[in-house]
Design a binder for this molecule. Structure first.
Ligand SMILES: C[S@@+](CC[C@H](N)C(=O)[O-])C[C@H]1O[C@@H](n2cnc3c(N)ncnc32)[C@H](O)[C@@H]1O
Ligand code: SF4
Length: 433
């Protein structure tokens, strides 16, 4: 068993340093209000989340155009060197950006820069963005030229929105971008159909007729999806989590790009923040020690995540540790922040159909039973040559403090399968804290 000790980190932080944009893309979900730019003091506070953020997961300006904040380049310089590879940018690259600015970006050590590439055709670009195309293409050429001179510039990633207006050009666009720019990734996606205000997480979603008018019929989208993936470019991602299926049929299609978990949060240009799947916004102006705040919020999320899956009433348990029909394995045991335990493994009992799996933790005469998160294990199917065991993978977050506050406590950990109302358990490991 592989035991790791790690610090839990945020999976995605999106920070807007402005609330305006120089373009007015037809498909954009923004509703533009009174202009506001983030000040340096608020930015410094927001940066204090960086030690707790995963590499490449801090998005500098997510909803608007970051290069429009007059302090944009000063802000880039303020990112501590050791955390620069946690940060990425997203830009329409349509602003007035000088060669010197591009040199600054090339030397910025950011993880990557996301560029929106909507069309190589002048008319289509103009129609979609309400902007002339010449500056964008000059900037695209300049960024590529300048970045090519550096051994380790930020990686360039392209974003292309698939719309009715550019549908016929998408395949050629993919090929041309691949040949001319060789991007680190090229993401093709479909628009969400709502318009939202500045705090997208707090604002009620209202479907926009402008966006709906740009949606492709399902057959066209599916055909394009097949054609794009058939190109075989390994860095090409088609993300249709906002597709017609998700819209009309209300399917929950998970985006391969963005996590929607409790460890993701958004901060607006006026310093208001909100954790995804959380109703309580915070305001950086009220927080004197953001470093402590973000750390405590991480602990609170883990406590909550564990408690959420804890069974209020456990079924009777029967120890089957010696049962030869009960197979299990722990691939990874991670100790988060010296406090929480994350278990990743698989288990099944040959006489019991695959179903929910449980983890039982015992200490000092107390016990907690968690329902785990299941996932597929093709490797187990292969080894046991048994297709019916596909859904035998499990993940579980254990909060030892739910059991005991004794220091140096010994914990026994079991996996469980439910059979005729009884939880058959098998000993997995012992832990001491
Ligand atoms: C809102 S923009 C902000 C950054 C910059 N202005 C840009 O366009 O790259 C960030 C990303 O959101 C995408 N976007 C805009 N409207 C959208 C919508 N309705 N649904 C999904 N993504 C959208 C854009 O294509 C872009 O890739
Ligand atoms: S998609 Fe980006 S460039 Fe277009 S209007 Fe929205 S924020 Fe501006």
């Amino acid at each position: 068993m592989d035991i790791k000790r790690e610090t839990r980190q945020y999976s995605l932080v999106t920070l807007d340093i402005t609330n305006h944009c120089n373009a007015r893309c037809k498909f954009c979900y923004n509703v533009f209000g009174k202009e506001h730019n983030m000040d340096m003091e608020t930015f410094h506070k927001a940066l204090q989340i960086l030690p707790y953020t995963k590499e490449g997961c801090f998005l500098l300006s997510s909803l608007y155009e970051p290069t429009l904040n007059p302090l944009f380049f000063d802000m880039l310089s303020q990112i501590p060197r050791q955390y620069k590879n946690k940060v990425f940018l997203t830009t329409n690259l349509a602003g007035n950006i000088s060669e010197g600015d591009f040199v600054h970006l090339a030397e910025s050590q950011l993880h990557h820069i996301d560029i929106s590439l909507l069309s190589y055709e002048q008319e289509t670009y103009k129609n979609l963005t309400q902007m002339e195309d010449h500056r964008f293409f000059e900037n695209l050429e300049t960024i590529h030229r300048i970045f090519s001179r550096y051994p380790k510039p930020p990686r360039l990633q392209l974003n292309t929105m698939i719309l009715k207006s550019n549908y016929g050009q998408i395949l050629d666009l993919a090929k041309r971008a691949h040949e001319e720019l060789n991007p680190y990734a090229h993401i093709f996606n479909t628009p969400a159909t709502y318009k939202a205000g500045e705090n997208v997480l707090l604002t009620a979603e209202v479907d926009s007729t402008d966006i709906v008018a740009e949606l492709l019929p399902k057959e066209q989208l599916t055909a394009l999806y097949d054609e794009l993936t058939a190109l075989g470019y390994k860095n090409l991602i088609v993300d249709i989590s906002n597709s017609l299926e998700a819209y009309h049929e209300k399917q929950d299609i998970v985006s391969p790009r963005y996590p929607h978990d409790a460890y993701a949060l958004h901060i607006t240009s006026n310093g208001q923040g909100l954790f995804l799947s959380d109703e309580n916004p915070f305001d950086l102006a009220d927080i004197d020690h953001p470093f402590v705040f973000f750390s405590k919020a991480l602990t609170a999320r883990q406590t909550y995540e564990a408690a959420k899956r804890e069974l209020a009433e456990a079924p009777p348990l029967r120890d089957h540790s010696e049962d030869p029909d009960f197979h299990s394995f722990v691939d990874t045991l991670t100790i988060w922040d010296e406090q929480f335990i994350w278990l990743h493994g698989w288990a099944f009992h040959r006489q019991v159909e695959c179903g929910p799996l449980y983890v039982v933790v015992k200490a000092a005469g107390n016990q907690v039973v968690y329902e785990t998160v299941l996932h597929e294990r093709a490797d187990v199917v292969e080894v046991f040559e048994d297709e019916s065991r596909r859904l035998c993978g499990f993940e579980c977050l254990i909060d030892p403090q739910a059991l005991s506050y004794e220091p140096k406590q010994n914990y026994e950990v079991f996996v469980g399968v439910l059979h005729e109302g009884t939880l058959y358990t098998k000993h997995l490991t012992d832990l001491a804290f």
